[in-house]
Design a binder for this molecule. Structure first.
Ligand SMILES: [Zn+2]
Ligand SMILES: [Zn+2]
Length: 253
């Protein structure tokens, strides 16, 4: 299985529009972060987790030739805004894309992209097949997913464990039951927004503590704000088995 980080930035991305801070003006390509998403390829499947506002650019940049499914973690705009651009895959594959989301998230998709679900279907609109997920494990072909519920302040958000790989984007707290599902993962991806405290995201220190508690061999941080610092500067502060993810990073698992 191959994981590609399509985006590792928080909701505004990095650089932030009109920001001239050290991070936003950094020449290091690892400080250019599109909105958070990963590509999962394996067992004959090509799957994206979240299609944020940069989805089109991410598909072009990673040269994705086929898409079987999109999984949504939650309905915030930085995770769903790019859904309209599945049209290219509808056209090329001559069929709908499978979309896996909780009912609450589906309700938001129907509100935000009402034209996709209208009775009268205007020619050329995105085509998708909705699949309802919850906390029960599910499979897409041979690829098995264990949903993990984390709390993004008051909003429940899904993370996913795929074999020994666990991906969580927007956590502020995780219950003991859900932590048990994560334990034993060899690779963990978790959000680390910034050093300052935040109502709905792990800070750098909280993410490090969580990574150490989960005990994965390797942990990568994502959903990163320009306020966290440059990739170089922050990397120097991290324990040996924790790294900042960056756009384009590939993991073979
Ligand atoms: Zn900035
Ligand atoms: Zn987010």
């Amino acid at each position: 299985m191959t994981i590609t980080f399509l985006g590792t930035g928080t909701s505004q991305g990095v650089p932030v529009i009109a920001c001239n801070c050290e991070v936003c003006t950094s020449a290091d390509l690892r400080d250019k972060r599109l909105r958070t998403s990963i590509l999962v390829e394996g067992y004959g499947q090509v799957i994206v987790i979240d299609s944020g506002p940069d989805f089109r650019h991410q598909m072009l940049r990673a040269n994705v030739q086929r898409l079987d499914a999109i999984l949504f973690t939650h309905e915030h705009k930085d995770h769903i805004a790019g859904l309209d651009d599945i049209r290219a895959f509808n056209y090329k594959q001559q069929g709908p894309i499978d979309v896996y989301a909780e009912l609450r998230v589906q309700k938001a998709l129907k509100r935000e992209f009402h034209y996709i679900f209208d009775d009268f279907k205007y020619p050329g609109i995105p085509q998708l097949n909705l699949h309802t997920i919850g906390l029960a494990p599910f499979a897409i072909g041979e690829l098995k997913f264990i949903p993990i519920e984390v709390m993004h302040y008051l909003l429940p958000v899904l993370g996913f464990r795929i074999n020994d790989f666990t991906y969580i984007t927007d956590a502020k707290s995780v219950s003991g039951i859900e932590k048990e599902k994560i334990k034993g993962s060899k690779i963990l991806v978790i959000n680390a927004l910034q050093k300052q405290s935040h109502i709905s995201h792990f800070t750098l220190d909280e993410a490090i503590a969580f990574a150490e508690e989960m005990g994965a061999q390797k942990t990568y941080f994502t959903h990163i704000s320009h306020r966290l610092g440059t990739h170089n500067a922050v990397s120097a502060l991290l324990p040996a088995n924790i790294e900042l993810a960056y756009d384009g990073l590939k993991l073979e698992i």
